[in-house]
Design a binder for this molecule. Structure first.
Ligand code: GLP
Length: 246
């Protein structure tokens, strides 16, 4: 697979450590690095590693800037399932970052305007040096859903049933999962200097197979567009690699 760098680790814990070390090294080199950040279950241990590194004086976040991929429409940042709340509680509240330098799209107010603001934030003072990514079971990245087309700019996305079902585990019931979200578009993701996708678990096998085992790009698996990037990195564990057949 030309261009894309694949790292296969012993296990998910190691994947998360390796990802955190890449972020640590980037910030050491560029103290005011701009990070594109992701939510979902996958990055949580990455953030735990970053918190520990910060507490041990291995990373200084004081000049770091961040922009997040997406936010549910209808959830205020104080809602426990909002992505702003997720970022605060899983990372920002525990590190020496200036929260004024962090951006998560607003889920309330005018969604079209909020999406436009997100697009502006992606390029404000330079594009992200690194864009952390998880992957949905259907290959979605951020909330760019699998379907017959993708959208370049940040936009409002109607979530697929597969995504609603997968994310229901974070809510009291499936009915509470918002059905729409604001997401960074494919251009924003691909404009980062280094997209860094981390995946684990059997549910991701089909999507990762599509990403790693052929040269096809398809809107039915949005992650495959990372094949167009000259500096993308994918980290998976041995268990997932075996399931994928690599
Ligand atoms: C959500 C997020 C994605 C994330 C995906 C997978 O849909 N918008 O950014 O990659 O979930 O999440 P998980 O890591 O919990 O499997």
């Amino acid at each position: 697979m030309p261009f894309m760098k694949l790292i296969i680790t012993d296990d998910y814990q190691e994947s998360c450590r390796v990802a955190a070390e890449m972020i640590r090294d980037l910030i050491a080199e560029k103290p005011n690095a701009k990070l594109g950040l992701a939510t979902g279950g996958t990055p949580v241990p990455i953030y735990k590693n970053l918190i520990e590194m910060n507490q041990h004086g291995e990373i200084d976040f004081s000049e770091v800037r961040t922009v997040n991929l997406d936010e549910y429409i209808g959830l205020d940042g104080s809602h426990p399932q909002s992505y702003r709340y997720f970022m605060d509680t899983n990372l920002f509240d525990h590190i020496n970052i200036n929260k004024a330098n962090t951006y998560v799209a607003s889920g309330i107010g005018n969604a079209v305007q909020n999406a436009a603001i997100l697009d502006a934030k992606v390029i404000e003072n330079g594009v992200p040096d690194l864009q952390l990514l998880g992957i949905g079971n259907n290959g979605h990245i951020a909330f760019n859903e699998a379907g017959d087309h993708l959208v370049a700019c940040s936009h409002i996305e109607h979530l697929t049933q597969s995504t609603i079902d997968a994310n229901a585990r974070f809510f009291e019931s499936k009915d509470e999962v918002p059905t729409t979200a604001i997401t960074m578009g494919m251009r924003g993701i691909l404009s980062s200097k280094m997209p860094l996708l981390v995946a684990t678990g059997a549910a991701k096998a089909d999507a990762i197979r599509g990403l790693l085992t052929n040269e096809e790009i398809t809107t039915q698996n949005p992650s495959t567009f990372l094949k167009l990037h000259s500096n993308a990195v994918v980290i998976i564990d041995r268990e997932l690699a075996t399931l994928v057949g690599i």
